[in-house]
Design a protein around this ligand. Sequence first.
Ligand SMILES: Cc1cc2nc3c(=O)[nH]c(=O)nc-3n(C[C@H](O)[C@H](O)[C@H](O)COP(=O)(O)O)c2cc1C
Length: 320
Amino acid sequence: MSQKTLRIGEIEFPFWAGAAPLAGFSHRAYRDWMRQWGAGFVVSEMVSVEGLYRDQKKTWMLLDVFEEPLPWIQLFGKSEYAKWYTVARKVISRLGVRLIDVNFGCPVKKVVKTGAGSALLVSPRGMADIVRALKDAGAIATAKVRLGVETPLWEAFVPALEEAGVDAITVHGRYAVQMYAGVADWEKIKDIRQCYQGVLIGNGDITRPELAIQRKEESGVDGVMIGRAALGMPYIFRQIRDYVETGTYQKPSFEDIKEMLLEYASVYLQVNKTSTLVPIRGILLSMIHGIPHARHLRQTLSLVKTYEDLSLLLKEGGKG
Ligand SMILES: Cc1cc2nc3c(=O)[nH]c(=O)nc-3n(C[C@H](O)[C@H](O)[C@H](O)COP(=O)(O)O)c2cc1C
């Protein structure tokens, strides 16, 4: 494996594997947490260009990047050059953040019907206008795309993005209509590599360190983004690094995982200023996925409500 770092514009990330944006999860504490686990980069969750343009306080508060190392924010909105330009200027001057990713992949109806997210994949010119607006405003502009809406559209939009000066493209190897069903098509990501010489990041269904390395080598991408698997196993980034460097990696012990559960729960409660763990039961369960003899723990975890419940449960019943 040749290059360890990932360079986008003049930003150099320490490692080529990082955490994908996950709306509802990728708040600041999660991003810091992912970095602690070895993620080379972490993208913020998507923030509305319209809300920033209108100076909505709540929207600006989502850009919680104060003193964040190498921040990479993601914006979404329809293709309006002037709005994107104005917002990018504000983001750069108010927050000092230059690395801006555009969400061209979100398949959710609420977003698509406003002409944003994956709705833009049918309009290479509209996509290019957004990138041009960001570049003209002085940003480092990246694009996160899917392969198309229902059929391949990348043959049209990748050259358009490139011509507009995009600094990197992340490809999630699915079509918008698939949402998250089926499997990510890494053959298509490899095809995109053949026609796009810029920085390319592959994404979709990476669940093991071996797979991250295999996908990178076989497709020729410069980096990989990991989304859902990183929620349940944030240590995957450290494992990938270890595997690259030493050819082997450690599996976390049951004790490590219990500690991780408590740590994530506390991060979640603190950021969301709440005392209920109900919304993250699913994530907590995915963190103990694959642990043998944890049936009882799984059952009781799915009933957990508070940090105290969790702490007690892990102390008493968390012996497997
Ligand atoms: C709950 C959830 C929220 C997501 N939010 C975003 C988002 O805000 N921006 C984005 O570009 N992609 C988003 N995605 C897509 C992921 O970034 C990623 O492309 C996708 O999950 C495939 O990667 P994976 O198989 O490693 O999870 C989201 C996916 C999920 C499951």
